[in-house]
Ligand binder design. Structure first.
Ligand SMILES: Nc1ncnc2c1ncn2[C@@H]1O[C@H](COP(=O)(O)OP(=O)(O)OP(=O)(O)O)[C@@H](O)[C@H]1O
Ligand SMILES: [Mg+2]
Length: 586
């Protein structure tokens, strides 16, 4: 196959791929069809009025000053003003309704999407998809589609009216139509490309600014102020240049339309004089001709603008479709999970996020009611194992089982409810301490109970010192708390839920030794007797107290056993304890 054909095919596929999301998205959200159809009908009605006006005016110009015609012309003018007011209102109303439908669609879909999707599309991109992209899509359905239909109606209507007056008048317009269409299409494409460049450079600039402004301390410590200043100026300059280009493009529309106007006026006057002088048409027909051509021009100009809107929203619709069509998480499975009361078996578990294997052939058993510690070098896949057990990601079928039953057969909500997960990067929400502690707890929680769990998590004393105690706002995503305080809140939150199984990703490395001690104490209380616990441990006491230790290195199990066994048999473990912790081994 020649390169040319392949390229053409891929362009065709791309074009198809662009239209498909539009059509799919049309039926995915609950669109306000009543309003959309009403809008189309009114828009077409307005077009019909626009088509009537030149007819009536030309009659008046021809001296037909009859009541019906004069009042008809006035009626058309008044009705158009009235209808265009209604159109604006209904147009906006429909736009907001469509916008809302798509936002709800995306949001509901996101709540049912697997974590994999969130790895792929980052949070700030999700935000723009639920704001700017939905806005762009709603303009298409509330403005572009109705207007496009009315433009077509007007074009066909105008040309057939002209043919009705005199075939030469009709033909003179039909010949020019493709040229104008072609020019506006070309202009639309060019303008779209430049607009896109402006948008992408603005996005780059905003991203640069927001990232850098968050990282001011980093810039200061690494003394990169001058360098970043230069990068910022460069980004501003790039945006400026694209803006200038856009200015030139939008300026060109003016002379272009001007030239068309001159050609058309020459045509209207020339052809008119010719036909009037040889008696083919009368002056009133010429007036109608003049007004219809004027109408047609308005239509063609709008067509260029619609084309730009349509092109711009293609990207938006493709991006929304990607979110909406991502396979949902299936919560309903074969069995409910009545009680987590068996050993968890990892049987030759292999896993990759993308192409690279992160875990290969990992096998071990997590005994029921016991503490299993996972240790090993950074990046070895420890957190990944917890993610698979928690079922954030799915391992190969049957490779992880609770007793005999593959974990993917249990209802996912039941499964999540059985687990308490203290993650490495403690997620907190904007709100008060209390709101964060009771998050996801369906029952009433008394103050006494809150104090008790906070006490057990070694968090009570710091919470009491906060200005409003449990009702203190902890800032955006808990940003007003220290690392250790965040961890203790996360632990208290899990104690309150009292889960069957605990997954702990110990992250004490960024704490000073006193906070670390306090956090570890709380964690140890959490690993109370008879609770199945899997802990990614860095602390020697936790490791030594574990019933079983799994040494994980580069995605494979390097050894399993108790502390003293591994010290004797496992070289990596000995080295890890020796070097990594730097503490004397007893
Ligand atoms: N969401 C993700 N998408 C792609 N790759 C990932 C993702 N999460 C982790 N990885 C990769 O998988 C590997 C194992 O990561 P994991 O977080 O499981 O390691 P870890 O043993 O917990 O390390 P640490 O001790 O530093 O927390 C790493 O190479 C990491 O880059
Ligand atoms: Mg980790």
């Amino acid at each position: 196959m020649s390169e040319n054909t392949t390229q053409k095919q891929s362009e065709k596929q791309q074009n198809e791929a662009i239209w498909k999301p539009f059509i799919k998205l049309l039926f995915r959200a609950k669109l306000p069809w009543f309003w959309i159809i009403l809008l189309i009908i009114i828009t077409l009605g307005e077009s019909q009025l626009a088509l009537m006006f030149p007819d009536l005016t030309s009659k008046i110009a021809g001296g037909h000053i009859e009541k019906a015609i004069v009042f008809g012309a006035i009626g058309v003018i008044v009705a158009r003003i009235f209808i265009s007011g209604i159109l604006r209102f209904i147009g906006k109303l429909t736009m907001y309704k469509i916008d809302k439908s798509y936002r709800i669609l995306i949001w509901s879909q996101l709540m049912r999407s697997p974590i994999r999707l969130f790895d792929k599309v980052k949070a700030n991109e999700m935000v723009s998809r639920t704001s700017t992209d939905t806005a762009s899509l709603s303009i298409i359905f509330s403005y572009v589609v109705p207007t496009l239909l009315s433009m077509m109606y007007l074009t066909v209507g105008t040309v057939s009216k002209l043919f009705g007056y005199d075939w030469r008048l009709g033909l003179a317009q039909v010949i020019f139509l493709p040229i104008y269409f072609g020019c506006y299409l070309w202009y639309g494409r060019w303008s779209f490309r430049v607009n896109k460049q402006v948008q992408s450079r603005l996005a780059k600039l905003t991203q640069f600014l927001s990232e850098l402004l968050i990282n001011i301390p980093l810039i200061k410590t690494f003394v990169t102020e001058k360098k970043e200043e230069k990068r910022g100026i460069n980004n501003i300059d790039q945006y400026y240049k694209a803006g200038i280009k856009k200015g030139i493009v939008s300026w060109i529309e003016h002379p272009m339309t001007g030239i068309f106007g001159v050609v058309q006026s020459a045509l209207v006057i020339g052809l008119g004089v010719l036909l009037i002088s040889n008696g083919s048409i009368t002056v009133d027909t010429w007036v109608a001709y003049f007004l219809y051509v004027d109408l047609l021009y308005g239509v063609l100009g709008t067509f260029g603008y619609l084309f730009i809107e349509l092109k711009q929203s293609q990207g938006a619709s493709a991006r929304i479709a990607q979110l909406v069509e991502y396979p949902e998480v299936v919560y309903e499975r074969t069995y409910p999970l009545e009680k987590y009361d068996d050993d968890l078996v990892l049987d030759h578990v292999s896993f990759s996020y993308g192409k690279e294997k992160v875990l290969s052939d990992v096998s071990f058993t997590v005994p029921y009611g016991k503490v299993t510690a996972i240790v090993g070098p950074s990046g070895g896949g420890k957190t990944t194992i917890l993610s698979l057990i928690e079922r954030f990601y799915e391992a190969a079928p049957h490779s992880i089982r609770l007793g005999e039953v593959p974990i993917e057969d249990f209802h996912l909500h039941d499964w999540h409810k059985a687990f308490g997960y203290v993650a490495q990067d403690i997620p907190l929400l904007t709100g008060t301490v209390r709101e964060n502690l009771v998050y996801g707890v369906d029952r009433e929680v008394s103050n006494q109970e809150l104090r008790e769990v906070a006490y057990q998590a070694n968090a009570l004393s710091f919470i009491e010192q906060l200005p409003d105690g449990f009702d203190t706002h902890i800032g955006e995503s808990g940003g007003k708390l220290s690392g250790g305080q965040r961890q203790r809140l996360a632990i208290a939150r899990v104690i309150l839920r009292d889960p069957d199984v605990l997954l702990l990703d110990e992250a004490t490395s960024n704490l000073d030794s006193r906070s670390e001690q306090v956090v570890l104490e709380a964690m140890n209380r959490l690993m109370k007797k008879n609770r199945t616990t899997i802990v990614i441990a860095h602390d020697l006491t936790t490791i030594r107290n574990a019933d079983q230790i799994v040494v994980l290195d580069q995605g494979t199990v390097n050894g399993i056993g108790k502390h003293h066994e591994l010290l004797e048999t496992n070289k990596l473990y000995r080295k890890y304890i020796d070097l990594h912790l730097g503490k004397p081994i007893l």
